[in-house]
Design a protein around this ligand. Structure first.
Ligand code: GLU
Length: 510
């Protein structure tokens, strides 16, 4: 019988979560949803030297902001395999490492830093790749070279040790990667990795494999940087006799710089002006700020959509997908092997698409906050606010831009786009404007269709072509050269205000 799909995101709390990590979490989440399985969040904090305060909270908050909800795990509620933080699982790992030692699959090593350095120096001199492996372990201080008594004595003395995995000397380790196909590594290229330390802490490799096994993980979907660790993990499953429970592996392609060469870094973001983290992060030591998508004004739905497309595509021309639609469409077969280039314009485009989808009601608070900041005493009618939101929605890429694109609805222009004035103002314009004022005054119901009609009547009478005047008229009413449909702007600001702006332009420009 097929096992229930269970996948996990297993970050280490060593700093803010990079968007590459968020994408890994997302693909795991989508995979679980698609297969009716479980998505878990496990915190891998065995390397205490790299622990950064606040990083774990940051990871959880980011996932929650984006709607990447785990069913079990830190921050999302305990499940049957609690605890989900590896430092709290510390006592469990000893039992497993002891099992490996008893089976001859792992051994104690007592080498000091100087011993290791000495080995490296020796091997460097003879031009051999310096590593602790099947060849060199015989020359080092470990339970394979020391007598049993000596080992017992050292352990009883409380001497510092590590437990190393005893790798076969030359063995081809082959496994199937769901994205890359068959992958093979030779153990002669690998070293006897440390699995456990005398302080009782496992290393990443041991804790990761033991926990994936205990938590019944069926697919390990993670970044490409873990591919070189996978053969060791395969050998660990074999050493424990858990091969039938070994998860399938899928190593995701890297997120690349916009230019395509090298991994996308914070520096690229700073250099080119886009965030590479989901939310703002202030480094607790250096106080350096790393900017985030949330604070930059991105909507969570847009971030999900843009990340989904960095390394996956649906095979159709559809680009806009909700989280639910992504879960429906997602498959590992459509994840590419090669790195995905980050495209900041595309990121912005995705956000724009989602801003356009917002209801006028959802946008209204952003406009209201712009109003409160710029016109503290305003009491703009809520219906006008909604109307303005509806009109400018198409023009903005970020919700926070709304005030900049709509301030002229509330504040009459005092300056005008100079280029337009220079090109379009001529001696016939004052008479046309007088005529417009007159026509507008006679409109009972000041709605855009009526305004447009009155406008054309005036143009005709003055013998001026619409295409020669429309942009100037826009500048007269708003100060700027672009924006939503002009007659709707006039309708929104109202008859009195429209006329007053025309009169003001006459005094300023004529
Ligand atoms: N703790 C590892 C990380 O920080 C997890 C790698 C894996 O998913 O196995 O990415």
């Amino acid at each position: 019988m097929d096992r229930r799909v269970r996948v996990r995101f297993a970050p280490s709390p060593t700093g803010p979560l990079h968007i590459g990590g968020v994408r890994t979490a997302l693909y795991n989440y989508l995979y679980a949803k698609k297969h009716g399985g479980d998505f878990l969040l496990r915190i891998e904090d065995t390397d205490q030297t790299r622990f950064v305060p606040g990083a774990e909270e940051y990871i959880i908050e980011s996932l929650k902001w984006l709607g990447i909800e785990a069913v079990e795990g830190i921050g999302f509620g305990d499940g049957p395999h609690a605890p989900y933080r590896q430092s709290e699982r510390k006592p469990m790992y000893r039992e497993y490492v002891m099992q490996l030692i008893a089976n001859g699959m792992a051994y104690y090593a007592f080498d000091t830093a100087e011993d290791l350095e000495g080995m490296r120096e020796r091997l460097k001199a003879s031009n051999v790749d310096a590593k602790y492996d099947a060849i060199t372990r015989g020359t080092m201080k470990n339970s394979l070279t020391l007598s049993e008594d000596e080992v017992t004595k050292r352990l009883e003395n409380g001497d510092a040790y590590v437990v190393r995995f005893k790798l076969p000397r030359k063995e081809e380790v082959k496994f199937h990667d769901e994205i890359r196909g068959w992958v093979s590594f030779n153990t002669s290229q690998m070293d006897d990795k440390v699995l456990f330390k005398s302080d009782g802490m496992p290393t990443y490799h041991l804790a990761n494999v033991v926990d994936d096994y205990l938590m019944e993980i069926t697919q390990v979907i993670r970044g490409e940087e873990w591919l070189p660790s996978a053969p060791l993990h395969v050998l660990l499953y074999r050493a424990f006799g858990w091969e039938d429970k070994m998860p399938k592996f899928a190593h995701l392609p890297l997120l690349l710089k916009p230019e395509g060469n090298g991994k996308l870094s914070k520096r690229d973001g700073d250099r080119l002006g886009f965030p590479v983290f989901p939310m703002n992060w202030v480094d607790p030591t250096t106080k350096e700020l790393s900017s985030g998508y949330r604070e930059a004004g991105y909507l969570p739905e847009a971030v999900i959509n843009l990340l989904a497309f960095l390394g996956w595509n649906p095979g159709t021309s559809q680009e806009i997908f909700s989280l639910e639609e992504l879960a429906e469409a997602f498959s590992l077969e459509r994840v590419s092997k090669s790195g995905a280039k980050f495209d900041q314009n595309k990121a912005k485009w995705f956000n724009q698409q989602y801003v356009r989808k917002l209801s006028d009601e959802a946008l209204a608070p952003y406009l209201q906050s712009g109003l409160n900041q710029n016109l503290p005493d305003n009491s703009v009618n809520p219906a006008t606010i909604l109307k303005v939101c509806g009109l400018v929605k198409e023009k903005i890429s970020f919700t926070k831009e709304i005030w900049d694109y709509s301030s002229y609805f509330f504040i009459a222009p005092s300056t005008y786009d100079e280029q337009v004035v220079k090109k379009r103002w001529n001696e016939k314009i004052p008479a046309l404007l007088d005529n417009l004022i007159e026509n507008f005054q006679n409109i009972d119901s000041f709605i855009h269709t009526e305004i447009e009609q009155a406008y054309h009547q005036a143009l005709e009478k003055q013998g001026i072509l619409g295409k020669d005047f429309l942009q100037l008229f826009r500048v007269i009413l708003t100060g700027v050269a672009g924006g939503p449909p002009l007659f709707e702007i006039a309708e929104t600001i109202g008859k009195e205000e429209t006329i007053s702006r025309i009169k003001y332009a006459l005094t300023k420009l004529a």
